[in-house]
Design a protein around this ligand. Structure first.
Ligand code: ADP
Ligand code: MG
Length: 252
């Protein structure tokens, strides 16, 4: 079974259709990189996966089921919020602006999900959080508050926090776009390691080097559609469509 399946997904904001029939399959352990110009719908597509946005037509299946909806007869009904929260816990999300809890240390940020949502015992949550912070190279920063960390360190805490819930898939929305250039590499390294460990990932990124090296599939989005998708070298080096070519010429 695919880990994430987008089936003819549409999304409108008012009269404006921003996703116009997205079809994409993410297999277990695959890394799919979504590239495309600003405003093309990449963030909206990611946000629909964990039901931060409602779709207007089509369906997204995560491990074979919808996060935000239940089927009632031949209708889709929005699921209860408590049920959505439960289903969502298997999806890790990392945002451009880190979104850490500012009043919590790095360790507390990473312990928060297991403590509050999984009701894990404190000692267990702490041991796990220490392990994850070690994995992202922050064993010596566990007591620091976000304001005492660089952007790259904050983003690595955010990745550890998402991993604390043992997600089946990790969604990254331009995780390095807010970082000073010299801090981008440390975050991409953590993401590469995660990919090599077999994590299923959807990554919105402008880092073409990362996409080329790590992705199994690159999908180019423009104006609410996936213009082309395929192996990184095919899409990035031998694009079939003029829109892809002109985008790549602008970003590289
Ligand atoms: P990208 O991430 O590729 O830059 P987005 O998914 O953020 O693109 O945006 C796609 C389009 O949807 C844009 O035209 C944007 O203005 C619009 N949009 C995004 N969020 C909203 C919203 N909450 N309300 C209205 N329009 C929105
Ligand atoms: Mg975006």
């Amino acid at each position: 079974m695919a880990t994430v399946e987008f089936l003819n997904v549409h999304k409108s904001f008012g009269d404006v259709e921003v996703l116009k029939g997205i079809n994409l399959t993410v297999q277990p352990q695959q890394v799919v990189c979504l590239i495309g110009p600003s405003g093309s719908g990449k963030s909206t597509l990611l946000r629909c996966v964990n039901h931060l946005e409602m779709t207007t037509a089509g369906a997204i299946l995560v491990d074979g089921r919808m996060i935000g909806y239940d089927v009632k007869g031949d209708q889709l009904m929005e699921a209860r919020q408590s049920e959505i929260n439960k289903r969502r816990s298997k999806i890790g999300m990392v945002f451009q602006n880190f979104n850490l809890f500012g009043h919590m240390t790095a360790l507390e940020n990473v312990m928060h999900g297991p403590l509050k949502l999984l009701k894990a015992p404190r000692a267990e949550a702490e041991a796990k959080a220490r392990g994850l912070l070690g994995k992202v190279g922050l064993a010596d920063k566990i007591g620091n508050y976000p304001s005492q960390l660089s952007g790259g360190q904050q983003q690595r805490v955010a990745i550890a926090r998402a991993l604390s819930m043992d997600p089946d898939v990790m969604l990254f929305d331009e995780p390095t776009s807010a970082l000073d250039p010299e801090l981008v590499g440390e975050v991409l390294e953590v993401m590469k390691k995660l990919a090599r460990s077999g994590m299923t990932m959807i990554v919105v990124t402008h880092e073409m080097g990362f996409a080329r090296e790590v992705a199994d599939v690159v999908a180019f989005m423009d104006n609410g559609v996936i213009v082309e998708q395929g192996a990184p070298d095919d899409v990035l080096l031998h694009p079939q469509h003029e829109r892809t070519r002109s985008f790549l010429a602008r970003v590289s």
